[in-house]
Write a protein that binds this ligand. Structure first.
Ligand code: NAD
Length: 297
């Protein structure tokens, strides 16, 4: 079975790497956080001292890092891994980054004779833990076909959006929608509570009405409505406000370059920006509820 190197063991990367171990792959891991590496090695991964060591013998390299700058530094930086990766290896970047960054790294990989796909994911930390992620892939069909078995060990839906970078573009559109839906859901719940409705009763009503959506039904932002979501644990874990802000910034860049209008996406970006500036950047993005009903949640 292929030897996998997994770089980036945060809220998403750790459960994804764990599913690969559980599927029987030999997995070597690296993260800047020693604690994150320690947890995975306790679960059966091989711990590496740095990214170059982790990837030198790998058949498949998977990265799950915060943003474009981290991905470009990992593959192309001074200590970058691209020169040391073995011939014939397959590179899969699951981070959500700018499409032009994905294309830049994939072109450099291609110049070295290595196939690379962008495979950002949807489904959140619960989907990562359950192995039910959706992969949104950009790259050529042959590289995607080689990736299918390993993606199937971490997710259940695999879409081919187009060439390198297209996976990122589709993911950015999805997350702009998610950011808008979460802010809208929080606003509706705050309005109901301000008018003496129980947020759980209101959520039940909207879940069976035309306002139903993923944020309301699976990731409810109002504390006390659902268990096992970030709102039930002080908005810890999950998908950080600053990561949502990054994705809405990517949407704004995509809109500028295509002269597209995204009025709601821009409004959402400004709401998350205000929320981040108020000190909530590291909280889960559903904490936007605090901005919209500050005295209640
Ligand atoms: P996170 O901040 O929890 O984890 C990122 C990890 O990368 C951290 O453990 C950090 O130490 C590590 N890291 C940073 N630079 C590194 C480097 N140079 N070498 C090794 N490790 C390094 O982020 P996350 O929530 O896991 O998200 C990762 C990516 O997935 C982001 O692009 C995010 O937008 C995307 N995403 C997140 C979610 C979610 O629900 N959290 C869902 C879908 C997509």
């Amino acid at each position: 079975m292929s030897h996998i190197a997994f770089i980036g063991l945060g809220n998403m990367g750790a459960p994804m790497a764990l599913n690969l171990i559980n599927a029987g792959y030999q997995v070597t891991v690296f993260d800047l956080s020693r604690a994150a590496v320690g947890k995975l090695s306790e679960a059966g991964a091989i711990a590496a001292a740095d990214a170059q060591v982790a990837t030198a013998d790998a058949d498949i390299v998977i990265s799950m890092l915060p943003a474009s700058s981290h991905v470009e530094a990992l593959y192309l930086g001074e200590q970058g891994i691209l020169p040391g990766i073995r011939d014939g290896a397959l590179l899969i970047d699951c981070s959500t980054i700018a499409p032009q960054s994905s294309r830049k790294v994939a072109q450099a990989a291609s110049a070295r004779g290595l196939a690379m796909i962008d495979a950002p994911v949807s489904g959140g930390t619960a989907g990562a833990a359950a192995g039910t992620l959706t992969f949104i892939v950009g790259g050529d069909a042959a590289a995607l076909d080689r990736s299918r078995p390993v993606l199937a060990a971490m997710g259940k839906n695999i879409f081919h959006a187009g060439g390198n970078g297209a996976g990122q573009t589709a993911k950015i559109c999805n997350n702009m929608m998610l950011g808008i839906l979460m802010a809208g859901t929080a606003e509706a719940l705050a309005l109901g509570v301000a008018n003496d409705l129980d947020p759980k009763v209101l959520s039940d009503i909207m879940s069976k009405s035309s306002g139903r959506n993923w944020a309301l039904e699976l990731y409810n932002p109002y504390p006390g409505v659902m268990e096992n979501v970030p709102a039930a644990r002080g908005y810890s874990g999950g998908f950080g406000v600053d990561l949502m802000l990054k994705d809405l910034g990517l949407a704004a860049e995509a809109a500028l370059s295509a002269r597209a209008a995204i009025p709601l996406g821009e409004l959402a970006r400004n709401l998350y920006s205000l929320h981040s500036q108020a000190g909530a950047g590291a909280l889960d993005f559903s904490s936007i509820q605090q901005l919209l009903a500050p005295d209640k949640p």
